[in-house]
Design a binder for this molecule. Sequence first.
Ligand SMILES: Nc1ncnc2c1ncn2[C@@H]1O[C@H](COP(=O)(O)OP(=O)(O)O)[C@@H](O)[C@H]1O
Ligand SMILES: CCCC(=O)OP(=O)(O)O
Length: 353
Amino acid sequence: MKKIFVINPGCTSTKVAVYEDEHAVWTSDGLHPQEEVDKYATEMEQYEYRKNFILKLLEEAGIPLEFDAVIGRGGLLKPLHGGVYAINEQMKQDLINAKHKHVCNLGSILADDIAQMCHCPAYMADPVVVDEFMTRARYTGLPFMKRESIFHALNAKAASRRYARSIGRKYEEMNLVVAHLGGGICVSAHHEGKVIDVNNALNGEGPIAPERAGTLPADQLVRLCFSGKHTQAEIMKMLAGNGGCQALLGMKDMKEISRRAEAGEEPFHEVLEAMLYTVSKQIGAMAVALWGKADAIILTGGIAYSKYCVEEIKKQVDFLAPVIVMPGEGEMESLAFNALGALNGELPVHEYR
Ligand SMILES: Nc1ncnc2c1ncn2[C@@H]1O[C@H](COP(=O)(O)OP(=O)(O)O)[C@@H](O)[C@H]1O
Ligand SMILES: CCCC(=O)OP(=O)(O)O
């Protein structure tokens, strides 16, 4: 029996879990009070805080630091193929110096720390930079600007595989549109096992999200940048962190927002309608990326728990393909399976260079 520790840092939580082979024997949602994380300007400054937070959770649960492997959610490295990677010094340095900032950059660093404490291997799998774009999806209208594949690869692929299995088909033989509806939102087009297009979930592309602005009118963004009123860091924070519902409603708790919208309370109702409209339009775009031949549209992530949100999206897109609802994210399970596969020699472990 292999004991695996899984670490998944998100903007509002550090989810952790202990697996014995494929069974979760302990999990924690690891929610952080917003005012705690708001104290830090960058994700790297949260390193000590998140590490101590994890060690305290383990201590309180009486779980000794005795694991066969530790696996963390992978961060904003250079574009990579999917799969399992051994965490090495080069990877940690690239994460510390990453051009894009997001707390998932801490996943591999924290995993390596804990692995060193229990003398076992450290891995990451299907990081947010999995890049399988078709060439035409990389283009913008400027030769020096290329689109980047940054999305919730782990959950989007795990949900796709789970759905394919449930209907007795292979992921590699299907066309799927997958909308991951979390604090950030991505809608990806999966063609025969490859994500050929997806909105950049982090920076200025795609739907309005609980804490992200999504696509903005470029001319207004340029004027804002040159207004002299904001630093670059402040504007980046408007795109991811303080954008979307956080900017429009002063909150990003989607349980609360959807409850108030459903009760007809304004501006919650109108803003949520607008957000879900942008999600639906992105689903339409990805269905076209699949030549209109999507086998299914999968709605996943925390917001897919909201029947109200799901119904609003369905009304707009169910003419395209059957809508399958898979609420929550299978990231912890998927990470554990990847580590188990690596330990058992069933999955190749790639070297990061
Ligand atoms: N029952 C629910 N109804 C509406 N939103 C929900 C519900 N449960 C969770 N959420 C929302 O889901 C989001 C978290 O989703 P998750 O997939 O864990 O993503 P992330 O890792 O990006 O935070 C939060 O915005 C949370 O408010
Ligand atoms: C795609 C980058 C990772 C990301 O956006 O994750 P969260 O939505 O969990 O913040």
